[in-house]
Write a protein that binds this ligand. Structure first.
Ligand code: TXA
Ligand code: MG
Length: 337
């Protein structure tokens, strides 16, 4: 693998794209200090240029390169959760290209916990990093804009093909949904949860004493999106999706079968009427297990030639909040192309 890291570092230093696994999803990486390299990310993804990308670091010691006026609470969260699936939004250091921040004065940073991502980031830093000696890898999820994030190296190749010079294969991503995003850029303002994830508001409260607020997570945004994940048509399969209560599942499936519909089914309890589905994915009934398998399952059901994907509604409790968020967005954007 070390030869592959050498190659990956050289590619990054020459402005090419390298996809790599993180504990959440695969990222599409470029030298975060090189605006031309970052522009390639947007071109490969088909993503609008005003969407900011997260900068990945080898450790919190590199934070000063990318952010300024870092509040104590940022160091506390970094200490508690890095490496791990938590992204912090901070004020941007002057050296950070606007291409990375989507033109905003803030930057998103995180230290990923996946061993391959960390080895890559460390090798990159040891080799002197990118432009100006800055050691950050800008990486959004390695999917086409608006599509399901990849949790497997094969998904990345399917999505991006030749647009990416190298895909480091680290197997299945253990978390399976994107990092929790907390905005700390607002002086004296409250911590804001911009995207729910594996690290919960309760865990954040356990460290800093107060839970982050959730501003407008349910509302589509106007104007420049601060978080592209908050666009409703995000994380979406091509096949239309319908979320159905467990109690109505039986009736709904019977009606679909009677109408001769070819549908895929994503369930987590054990409904007795699932036999009529053309393709069935039985999900784990705990939120972590469900999150780990969700995107791969949606991808499979999407590829199976179904007219509709029926999803059994999951619980509304806080433990399921991040998974509910992704399911809601997927259902909203599904079938749009
Ligand atoms: O788990 C993850 O965070 C994965 C892996 C690869 O690290 N990355 C990821 O990147 O999900 P992406 O680009 O698909 O989503 C990053 C989110 C976007 O919604 C983006 O708008 C937000 O982070 N973001 C990045 N910088 C920001 C900033 N300065 N202000 C507000 N939001 C920001
Ligand atoms: Mg994404």
């Amino acid at each position: 693998m070390s030869l592959e890291y050498d190659l990956a570092v050289k590619l990054l230093q020459s402005g090419e794209l390298v996809a790599f696994p993180t504990e959440t999803v695969y990222g599409l990486g470029a030298d975060a200090a090189n605006p031309d390299a970052v522009a390639r990310i947007f071109a490969a993804k088909g993503r609008p240029a005003n969407h900011p990308v997260i900068v990945h670091l080898a450790g919190a010691g590199q934070l000063d390169q990318w952010a300024r006026d870092i509040p104590p609470v940022a160091w506390e969260l970094a200490e508690a959760f890095w490496p791990g699936p938590l992204t912090l939004i901070l004020k941007r250091a002057p050296a950070v290209p606007l291409a990375v921040t989507g033109g905003q004065d803030t930057v998103g940073v995180r230290v990923p916990a996946h061993p391959v991502a960390l080895d890559l980031l460390r090798a990159y830093a040891e080799a002197g990093g990118g432009r100006g000696g800055l050691c950050g890898i800008a990486a959004p999820s390695a999917n086409r804009f608006g599509r399901i994030s990849p949790t497997d190296a094969a998904h990345v190749r399917d999505e991006l093909g030749d647009a990416v010079a190298l895909v480091l294969d680290g197997g299945r991503c253990p978390v399976g949904i994107e990092s929790t995003i907390i905005d700390l850029s607002n002086d004296n303002g409250p911590l804001r949860l911009l995207r729910p994830g594996h690290i919960t508001p309760e865990q954040i409260r356990g460290v800093v004493g107060v839970a982050p607020e959730s501003p407008g997570l349910r509302k589509p945004q106007q104007g420049t999106p601060r978080v592209s994940g908050s666009l409703d048509a995000h994380y979406a399969p091509r096949t239309p999706m319908r979320v159905v209560d467990t109690a109505q599942l039986r009736e709904t499936l019977a009606a679909l079968s009677a109408a001769g519909k070819r549908f895929g089914l994503l369930v987590y309890s054990s409904p007795d009427s699932s036999a009529s589905a053309h393709s069935l994915r039985q999900m784990p009934n705990d939120p972590e297990g469900y999150a780990r398998e969700l995107y791969a399952a949606l991808r499979d059901l999407d590829a199976a030639g179904n007219e509709l994907i029926v999803v059994e509604r999951i619980p509304e409790s806080p433990a399921w909040a991040a998974v509910n968020d992704r399911l809601r967005r997927a259902a909203c954007g599904a079938g749009n192309s």
